[in-house]
Design a protein around this ligand. Structure first.
Ligand SMILES: [Zn+2]
Length: 259
C-alpha cells in the first residue's frame, strides 16, 4: 500500500516536504487547469528522488454527465490532454466525480445523465494507454444543482457498461458519512483508491480519521485490508496527519517514518 496526502498543484512543494517528514510516499495532486502542470514539472525531480507516486484529482467542475454534447466533448479532450502530459510524470491514476445537474433533471432524468457519463468515459477509456481512471463517490445536500455519483446504483450503472480494465472506484470516507451507501460491500474488488477523512456527518470538514469523526476501527481496518487498493490518501487538514498516520500504523503494523 501507498499512503499519502492530497494537495493543490501550487502546494506540491510543501506536500513533498510533508511526505518526507512523515514517511509518506504518495501525493494526489489537484489539476484544475493545464497550466497547473508547471508546478508538477518544477518539483518532479524531488518527487522522483523521494520515491513519491502521483495521482491526479481532476477539477470539480468536470461534468461527465453534461447534457450539451459539445461541452461534454470538450471535457473529454481536456481529460485526454491531462493524461498525455501526465505520462511524463508517471501518474498512476486520474480521479474524477460523476458530475452534476439541475436537481429536477437529476431526479427525473437520471438515467439519461448516467448514460452521458458512460459516453464520456467510453470516449476517454478508448484513448488510454494503460492509465487508470477512478470514479469517486460524492455527496449532495439538494439545491438547484446537485451532484450525481451519490449512491451505489449510479456507479453500478456506469461500471456495468465497461470491462473495467482501466477503471476503478475511489471510496471517500468523508463523502460517505454525508451520503452513505454500501460502497465498500459493493465495490471492494474494484476500489483502487481510498480518500480518508472524517466529519460530523453533515459537513465535509476534512477532519482526521477517528471514531468521534465517524471512522471507527472496524471500518478503517476493513478499508486497509482491501486487496485491490494501493493508494490511501489523507484528504484532511494537515493538523490531523500525525494522529491519522499513527492510527493506520497501529492497524497495519507499518511504520511510516521519515528518512
Ligand atoms: Zn475525496
Amino acid at each position: 500500500m501507498r499512503l499519502g496526502i492530497s494537495a493543490f498543484a501550487g502546494d506540491i512543494e510543501r506536500a513533498v516536504g510533508t511526505c518526507l517528514e512523515n514517511g509518506l510516499n504518495h501525493i494526489e495532486v489537484g489539476i484544475d487547469d493545464i497550466g497547473d502542470w508547471e508546478f508538477v514539472k518544477r518539483q518532479n525531480n524531488h518527487v522522483m528522488s523521494a520515491g513519491i507516486s502521483l495521482g491526479v484529482h481532476l477539477p470539480m467542475e468536470l461534468n461527465p454527465c453534461e447534457r450539451v454534447n459539445e461541452v461534454r466533448a470538450c471535457w473529454e479532450r481536456f481529460v485526454l490532454s491531462n493524461v498525455e502530459i501526465g505520462r511524463k510524470f508517471n501518474v498512476r491514476y486520474y480521479n474524477m466525480h460523476m458530475g452534476y445537474a439541475l436537481e429536477r433533471l437529476a431526479g427525473s432524468r437520471r438515467e439519461i445523465l448516467l448514460e452521458n457519463a458512460c459516453v464520456f468515459l467510453g470516449g476517454v477509456l478508448r484513448k488510454l494507454d494503460g492509465e487508470m481512471i477512478t470514479l469517486e463517490n460524492s455527496y449532495t445536500k439538494g439545491g438547484d444543482m446537485v451532484n450525481l455519483g451519490t449512491r451505489v446504483s449510479d456507479f453500478k450503472r456506469v461500471f456495468e457498461s465497461f470491462s473495467l480494465g482501466n477503471m476503478g472506484f475511489c471510496f471517500d470516507t468523508g463523502h460517505n458519512l454525508i451520503c452513505s451507501d454500501e460502497y465498500v460491500e459493493s465495490f471492494s474488488r474494484i476500489t483502487k483508491v481510498v480518500h480518508l477523512s472524517g466529519n460530523d456527518g453533515v459537513r465535509d470538514l476534512h477532519l482526521g480519521i477517528s471514531s468521534e469523526h465517524g471512522i471507527g476501527d472496524k471500518l478503517l481496518a476493513d478499508l486497509l485490508k482491501l486487496k485491490e487498493t494501493e493508494y490511501y490518501v489523507l484528504e484532511m487538514d494537515s493538523a490531523h496527519y500525525k494522529s491519522s498516520i499513527s492510527r493506520i500504523s497501529e492497524l497495519t503494523g507499518i511504520q511510516f517514518e521519515a528518512e
